[in-house]
Write a new protein. Structure first.
Length: 297
């Protein structure tokens, strides 16, 4: 699908999400403007098209295997900043076919949505809410944590997990620098970082808090991320080659156009040092680390 056409469909979906309050967007009538920046995977192929949008940007799938046109929304951030290389795991033919079928269904539904709402350009705008509710009959569930802690970035290319552990510990008022956390996680030193540490982050969180925190690493599900946010707890989400902290979720379901539905996670990304809303269905999550207070002094 042509870049301009996919951007138009994404703009229609974003406009609906903003209208019903499922996603924040700072301004109305924001154009997905300029020539998009390509984001490559490790094989050098274009995985995403990054479109500037107001003071932020929007990531649009360049390939159907991602499963959905809309991949991520960053309300505040530079589209020209060096993007992290997208790593996609090897998936089975069945999974790839399922993703591509889901992508086609969403394109079909979003095309119909754009026609009904008369979206002819890649411009994100608020619509008449009564019309949106008539077309989609949406149900919305959303929540975000007021994250307590310092703004954070990973201090080396290999220390994403250390940065995420630092945010979780900050949230519970345990102050550790990334150098100490990298040592505990087996991530080397600042001069000689190691990409893949050999230590379990859940065990490190428990050890460094004297087991005041109970932590565990589990298989990722949207329901678990949602539950953690509703319990006022940040969690760490692992994707291939990277980690982020989840501090919010949003979900809009449509009773009429399934492909217009959206499930998103608000993640604090240590690579960018900012927040992004990621489409859960277009993100390959490979693990989750949760932490909760298990012992109150």
């Amino acid at each position: 699908m042509a870049t301009i056409e996919s951007a138009r469909l994404v703009a229609a979906q974003l406009g609906v999400l903003v209208t019903v309050g499922a996603l924040p967007f700072p301004d109305d009538s924001v154009r997905l403007s300029g020539a998009p920046v390509p984001v490559l995977d490790k094989a050098g192929r274009v995985a995403l098209w990054r479109h500037a949008a107001g003071s932020g940007y929007v990531d649009v799938a360049a390939r159907p295997c991602l499963g959905a046109p809309l991949v991520a929304v960053v309300p505040e951030g530079s589209a020209d900043a060096p993007p992290r290389v997208v790593t996609r795991p090897v998936v089975s033919d069945a999974a790839r076919i399922a993703n591509e079928e889901r992508y086609r269904q969403r394109v079909q539904d979003l095309t119909h949505l754009a026609q009904v709402l008369k979206v002819t350009e890649p411009v994100v705008r608020r619509f008449d809410r009564a019309l949106v509710e008539e077309v989609l009959r949406p149900r919305v569930d959303t929540m975000a944590l007021p994250l307590c802690g310092r703004p954070f970035r990973q201090e080396t290319e290999a220390w994403a997990v250390a940065a995420c552990a630092q945010v979780v510990l900050d949230f519970y008022r345990y102050r550790y620098d990334q150098e100490r956390l990298a040592e505990e996680l087996g991530l080397g030193t600042e001069d000689s970082p190691i990409a893949d540490g050999g230590h379990d982050v859940a065990l490190v969180l428990e050890t460094l808090t004297g087991k005041a925190l109970t932590a565990e690493t589990t298989a990722p599900t949207f329901a678990e991320y949602r539950s953690e946010v509703r319990e006022q707890r940040p969690s760490i989400s692992f994707v291939p080659g990277h980690a982020r902290v989840v501090t919010g979720y949003t979900r809009m379901s449509s009773l009429r156009l399934i492909g217009a539905s959206f499930a998103g996670l608000l993640v604090q990304d240590p690579w960018e040092g900012g927040a992004r809303w990621e489409n859960y269905d277009a993100t390959t999550c490979v693990g989750t680390c949760t932490a909760r207070v298990g012992l109150v002094p």
